[in-house]
Write a protein that binds this ligand. Structure first.
Ligand code: MN
Length: 291
């Protein structure tokens, strides 16, 4: 049965030196489908004195999904990938057992950065597996009456992205300037991050800095934008595995986090090396202390 819309204020956080609005994880709701992390970045003015670059850091047990509305970054990872990402393109990195990457500025002049960084928890069947990197420059577009959808991951209506997903999942960017009914999957739960403007979601107004959660059981959803607005719709079958997230690691147990923390600290090769001029970011120590 379709429940009410639950709107939560995002938390202010700092990544590097950049303020972000963290929509996920929420207290009491760690995941929406397998989506486990959502940082809305900017819009923020970037200059030599206010860099948005993120130096090399490790990940495990997740996919990172990077999507820009404005600006440009270069991704480098320990597989040797080097890829510039621009608005309309998707970077999807699979961490598996371990990978390291950086996301750095490409420009010295003043520019504006606006985007969203998402993480997807990998299921037990793939989270110990190899790492990988994909860049998608041509994502499928869905034209609706008053909206244009870009399918980042998974399937939206009958349109499927070629990006990897390990569990039933959807991620769609919607650019709206009116009223539209969008197709949903009854078995999926959903969340909406508004990136620009304001959206009426089934009667509730949602703005940037807020996260709207919709439970399972809907097969469509009415959205209304009075001015041109932009949102990301995230959905998937409720993730059946209980995740433990610490820093850049998605795990199931403290032992797994302790092992990853130790590997990054001593640089034992598990996460590899990123060809970056920036120094590696040290991991904070897990709050539960050494085991
Ligand atoms: Mn990262």
């Amino acid at each position: 049965m379709a429940g009410d819309i639950e709107v939560t204020e995002s938390r202010q956080a700092i990544v590097g030196t950049t303020p972000v609005r963290r929509a996920l994880p929420l207290r009491g709701r760690r995941t929406v489908g397998a989506w486990c992390f959502a940082d809305h970045i900017g819009p923020v003015d970037v200059s030599r004195h206010n860099d948005v670059g993120i130096a090399p850091h490790p990940h495990m047990g997740l996919h990172t999904v990077t999507w820009l509305l404005e600006g440009e970054l270069v991704h480098r990872d320990s597989l040797g990938s080097e890829q510039v990402i621009r608005p309309g393109q998707l970077n999807l990195m699979t961490a598996g057992h371990g990978i390291a990457h950086s996301e750095e500025s490409t420009r010295d002049d003043d520019w504006t950065m606006h985007g969203i960084q998402l993480w997807v928890a990998q299921p037990d069947s793939t989270r110990h597996g190899p790492s990988a990197f994909e860049h998608h420059a041509d994502l499928p577009i869905v034209e609706l009456d008053r909206a244009r959808g870009t399918v980042l991951v998974g399937e939206f209506g009958a349109t499927r992205s070629t990006a990897r997903s390990d569990t039933p999942l959807v991620g769609v960017d919607l650019d709206l300037d009116g009223a539209v009914d969008i197709p949903l999957e009854q078995r999926f739960e959903y969340g909406i991050v508004v990136l620009d403007g304001a959206i009426d979601v089934a009667g509730t107004t949602v703005k940037p800095g807020q996260f709207a959660y919709l439970g399972t059981g809907r097969d469509e959803l009415g959205l209304v934008a009075t001015d041109r607005s932009r949102l990301v719709l995230l959905g998937g079958t409720p993730f059946g595995e209980r995740v433990l997230m610490f820093w850049n690691f998605v795990a199931r147990s403290r032992d797994e986090v302790d092992a990853a923390y130790a590997s990054w600290r001593v640089d034992d090769g598990r996460f590899g090396t990123v060809a970056s001029s920036l120094p590696r970011i040290p991991s904070p120590a897990p709050p539960w202390g050494p085991s």
